[in-house]
Write a protein that binds this ligand. Sequence first.
Ligand SMILES: [Zn+2]
Length: 129
Amino acid sequence: MLNCLVLGQVQLLMKIRPGLLIEMLVKMKRRPKPRWVKNLALKRIITLFKLAEENKYSHPERARRYIELARKISKKYTVKIPSKLKKKFCKNCNTFFTAENVKIRKIRRKNALLIVCLTCNKKTLRRAN
Ligand SMILES: [Zn+2]
């Protein structure tokens, strides 16, 4: 009943101003995030990585969750994860790399590093510099 009423009102509005729906959609379009929001997001990412670093040996599962959250924040607020931190986890399973769960080999021919995550066996190539 209520739904029907709302629908009727919308139809009435559409008759009066046909461009209204498009205007509303344009207004709803995402605006770029302000700089202070991005700074805050970056700060949070860094703290989450710090927490993951602290917990990587004692609670690896927790560290994985921290990295998952940090990546979610970076996605939502379109903030890049600093390149220093980007090297510290597996992009496939979000595991924080320790001395035990990663194998790194240098491929001189390609001037690259082969990184093998021993948790999910994902192989990634990274340029060595
Ligand atoms: Zn992995």
